[in-house]
Design a protein around this ligand. Structure first.
Ligand code: NAD
Ligand code: TYD
Length: 353
């Protein structure tokens, strides 16, 4: 069996659902259920014996030791994190605790457990740490995309905390020999993404007839990957990745934010037209994010060459599926827009002119 952390969040949910669709290998899912963690995502697994959910913190060493002893996983896949840049600007403390201290505790528990395994199980064990391209910082317009040797230059409390966790993971391999793998993936989109991130925020605001906030000039570039392609890359890394290596994951899909917003608006115009005019009339340019990274781009050549991985979706097919998923799931949208969601939206957008 495998231990997944953060498996009730956006990417973790997609990973758990895809895993159990393709394999009968059981999953222990450890998630603290913060604002972005949602067990409703995994409702379909409620009676499925292959999935065991544990509510708890990756920073809780006692809990980690007992889970590892009891369930004897062959791998740990660490998705658990505070993941939103704007929240890290308003309050970095949780990012330090979960992303750095939490990852450290998970590494320590993983190391103690791994040391107690027999030689064969030790060799086969993997600690897969799920990280981000944001650790590399921001690219100028004409610079080549990030490859695995690009220097770390994180600019936000979020990316700095992820960078710190990547360094710890690396050190546990170098010093203790723990068989780790690290992935650095570009921006994901798809089903179950919490509507604080750009694409789901634009979709849910548009459907509610609310302004569509675009930070600054909207010309910042992100490199978008459909979430299920990220999950297939992680599965491939678990199968064939070389311990100690890092792999950049991306879909060669760089787009300015404003183009993303226009694409979502055009899809909604076709699928759920507004009577008062096109959705793009709701676009509102607002005050920029402090320290806003201008451009991210991933060179995914290594994972393609060495592990034979390729994304299945193009941006056009993936974004259509995503918009359709939100249209088909109004109850999910309603349920995640709790009081704490509204408080966040007020806090993040009220002072943006
Ligand atoms: P998310 O915020 O949707 O989910 C994070 C999950 O982790 C939530 O379910 C939350 O409850 C859980 N969690 C938070 N703190 C925890 C703790 N202390 N103990 C246990 N569980 C905890 O985030 P996501 O978008 O699914 O991202 C998952 C991982 O992928 C993160 O590590 C993130 O840095 C990385 N990543 C995300 C993207 C992206 O575009 N979303 C891209 C590249 C990498
Ligand atoms: P986001 O989804 O928060 O991901 P990240 O900051 O990790 O890349 O934001 C994606 C891009 O969209 C980023 O350049 C910030 C921008 N953005 C907006 O323009 N408006 C918004 O309301 C949000 C949430 C993001």
């Amino acid at each position: 069996m495998i231990l997944v952390t953060g498996g009730a969040g956006f990417i973790g949910t997609n990973f758990v659902l895809d895993w159990l669709e393709q394999s009968d290998e059981p999953i222990i899912n450890l998630d603290i259920l913060n604002y972005a963690g949602n067990l409703e995502n995994l409702g379909i697994l409620a009676a499925d014996e292959r999935h065991t959910f544990v509510r708890g913190d990756i920073g809780d060493s006692v809990l980690l030791n007992s889970i590892l002893e009891r369930h004897q996983p062959r791998a740990i896949i660490n998705f658990a994190a505070e993941s939103h840049v704007d929240r890290s600007i308003h309050g970095p403390e949780d990012f330090i605790q979960t992303n750095i201290v939490g990852t450290f505790r998970l590494l320590e528990a993983g190391r103690a457990y791994w040391n107690g395994l027999n030689e064969k199980a030790k060799q086969d064990f993997r600690f897969l740490h799920v990280s981000t391209d944001e650790v590399y910082g921001s690219l100028a317009k004409d610079e080549p995309a990030f490859n695995e040797t690009h220097r770390y230059e994180p600019n936000s409390p979020y990316s700095a905390s992820k960078a710190a966790s990547d360094h710890l993971v690396r050190a546990y391999h170098h010093t203790y020999g723990l068989p780790v793998l690290t992935s650095n993936c570009s921006n994901n989109y798809g089903p179950y993404q919490f509507p604080e991130k750009l694409i789901p925020l634009i979709i849910v605001n548009a459907l509610a007839g609310k302004p569509l906030p675009v930070y600054g000039d909207g010309q910042q570039i992100r490199d978008w990957l459909y979430v299920k392609d990220h999950c297939s890359a992680l599965r491939r890394m678990l199968e064939a990745g070389i311990p100690g290596e890092t792999y950049n994951i991306g879909g060669w899909n760089e787009k300015p934010n404003i183009d993303i917003v226009h694409t979502v608006c055009a899809l909604l115009d076709a699928l759920r037209p507004l009577t008062i005019g096109p959705y793009r009339s709701l676009i509102a340019f607002v005050t920029d994010r402090p320290g806003h990274d201008r451009r991210y781009a991933i060179d995914a050549g290594k994972i393609e060459r060495e592990l034979g991985w390729k994304p299945v979706e193009t941006f056009e097919t993936g974004i259509r599926k995503t918009v359709q998923w939100y249209l088909d799931n109004p109850a999910w949208i309603g349920n995640v827009q709790s009081g704490s969601y509204r408080t966040w939206i007020d806090k993040n957008y009220e002072r943006r002119a």
